[in-house]
Design a protein around this ligand. Structure first.
Ligand code: GAP
Length: 516
């Protein structure tokens, strides 16, 4: 099945099974805003717990924070967001559709990469085990020609972006004959800057009201509280502050479901270090964060770093962790060495010292900062893209059947176990309810007695429930139940009293954290 179709099915599945709903759906929705349903909110909370515990529980020198969404408007002047948090916007005059000029060019660049990958795959099939990809890349004329075109465009694009040369961005689109995907024409407007911040007013009267912004990142709440936390927590450098919270961006183009939203959530950690040590810490956090992703078991080959060649003016190193989504490798997390830019800007704009007194060095300085920044929603999309599978099953009579299964890591699964009486009589429902009553203090359990047992298993597979417990007549005789495993579909008979330990061993977050 084409990856595009897989993605469409995943979006439909999320709605059908209570993971994600379009916001304000009965009013035809609100573009790029989504609500999380009964299972979505559980998965989201579990993702946040995995991140929070890996930062705050595992590191004695990292503490949490929950700063307000509304902040003093000068913060956004100091951070540079008022003047420079812009995307280059271009309209197609025929379709009246709006695009990000840089994204149109990036998508064009990706086409060269696709062509190269297709050549490689063809050659791999032809030559089998003897295929030498490195040699092929260095010698195949078609690969070399596409690589050269890609490098040339990349260099021109980076130069235009670095210089914020909007006319050149437009010229690249014209020269490369990039067309509007809707109208198919090249009838483009000029490129202009578009600020992504949402503004509102605070105050009771129009005259007395102040223009304030919905925060476009959570990081600034950490910067402005840096000394509060350092002093009250008696933190010594190096130390970190972690925060999870909502962020808002008026994205020009919001596509691909929850990948790019106008209201989303971030998990950010700012790590304050001695000036001069930042690039060592940058490498450290790159490694730690990649390990965090890969510990979920979705396959190391599906992740890669994308080191930035174009650096923001405040950064001296930056990389993205990308995941292979159904629509290609895309950023899930950013790791940035932000120098002392933000703290120095706040020092200048607030007139308050943002310095740390280093008792070991006997001097004060403005620390440098390494930031790890990941979107909760984007991580959610990464997890469900990896977990969603349509499987063909062979039945005993030789015919085939299909099942949709969410192979979520047990710790992340919204429901840990479903408890099912085989039939709705002979005291079996009461036994099942007693098991739920006992286990609900430990795990998110669901009682299910509707439909045939096979349909109930399918329903739980589609939700991603890792364990189904079935109560039958044998349970009355010997107090045993069957536990059915989602991934292997195997069943095992166990003592009821063993259930708590068996399941705890499998769904406990500590086993995941110990891998880090
Ligand atoms: N404080 C740094 C910062 O905000 P960013 O690269 O703009 O950096 C960090 O964003 C992460 O936030 C991204 O890697 C992505 O996971 C998430 N993110 C950014 N914009 C988003 C959007 N419009 N919708 C969903 N997630 C977004």
């Amino acid at each position: 099945m084409a990856q595009e179709d897989v993605f469409k099915k995943l979006v439909a599945h999320c709605k059908e099974y209570g993971y994600v709903f379009p916001s304000s759906e009965i009013y035809d929705g609100l573009s790029a805003v989504y609500d999380y349903g009964q299972y979505g909110v559980e998965l989201k909370n579990n993702i946040k717990k995995y991140w929070w515990d890996s930062m705050v529980l595992l590191n004695e020198n990292i503490v949490g924070l929950d700063s307000a969404i509304f902040m003093h408007p000068t913060i956004w002047k100091a951070s540079g967001h008022v003047d420079a948090f812009n995307d280059p916007l271009i309209d197609n005059k025929d379709s009246k559709k709006r695009y990000r000029a840089d994204v149109l060019i990036e998508e064009h660049l990706a086409k060269f990469e696709d062509k190269i990958n297709k050549e490689i795959e063809k050659a791999r099939e032809k030559f089998g085990a003897a295929f030498d990809e490195k040699k092929f890349r260095e010698t195949n004329p078609r690969v070399l020609a596409n690589q050269a075109k890609m490098d040339e465009l990349n260099a021109r694009f980076s130069k235009a972006m670095n210089a914020t040369d909007l006319a050149e961005l437009r010229q690249i689109i014209i020269d490369h004959e990039i067309v509007c995907p809707v109208s198919g024409t090249r009838n483009w407007t000029e490129v202009r800057q578009f600020n992504l911040m949402f503004a509102t007013e605070m105050g009771s009267t129009a005259e007395g009201a102040n223009k304030i912004y919905l925060r476009p990142e959570t990081a600034q709440g950490i910067f402005v509280n840096f000394l509060n936390v350092q002093k009250t927590g008696r933190m010594k450098i190096p130390f970190g502050i972690a925060q999870i919270g909502k962020a808002f961006r008026n994205e020009i183009v919001a596509r691909q479901f929850i990948f790019r939203m106008r209201e989303f959530e971030q998990m950010e950690m700012q790590f304050f270090v001695q000036p001069g040590s930042e690039l060592d810490w940058f490498r450290h956090w790159k490694e730690v964060r990649m390990k965090w992703h890969q510990a979920l078991g979705f396959g190391a080959e599906n992740y890669r770093f994308h080191d930035h060649t174009k650096l923001a003016h405040y950064a001296n190193a930056a990389t993205d962790i990308e995941y292979k989504f159904p629509f290609g490798f895309k950023e899930v997390e950013g790791i940035h060495s932000r120098t002392d830019f933000d703290l120095k800007q706040h020092q200048q704009y607030s007139g308050k010292k943002m310095q740390y007194f280093d008792p070991e060095k006997g001097e004060s300085y403005v620390p440098f900062v390494i930031e790890t920044s990941i979107g909760v929603d984007r991580m959610f999309l990464q997890v469900i893209s990896a977990a969603y599978q349509e499987e063909e099953l062979k039945k005993e009579d030789g015919s085939t059947d299909t099942r949709v299964v969410m192979r979520l890591p047990s710790f992340l699964a919204p429901v840990k176990l479903a408890v099912m009486p085989l039939i709705k009589k002979d005291g079996l429902p009461e036994l099942a309810e007693n098991i739920v009553k006992d286990l609900k203090f430990e795990f998110n359990c669901q009682y299910d007695d509707k439909d045939s047992i096979g349909r109930r298993y399918r329903r739980q597979d589609a939700i991603g429930t890792p364990y189904c417990i079935t109560i039958d007549h044998q349970t009355i005789e010997d107090n045993t139940v069957t536990i059915r495993y989602r991934d292997s579909m195997e069943q095992e008979r166990v003592q009821t009293k063993q259930l708590k330990d068996i399941i705890a061993g499998k769904v406990n977050i500590s086993s995941l954290l110990k891998k880090l």
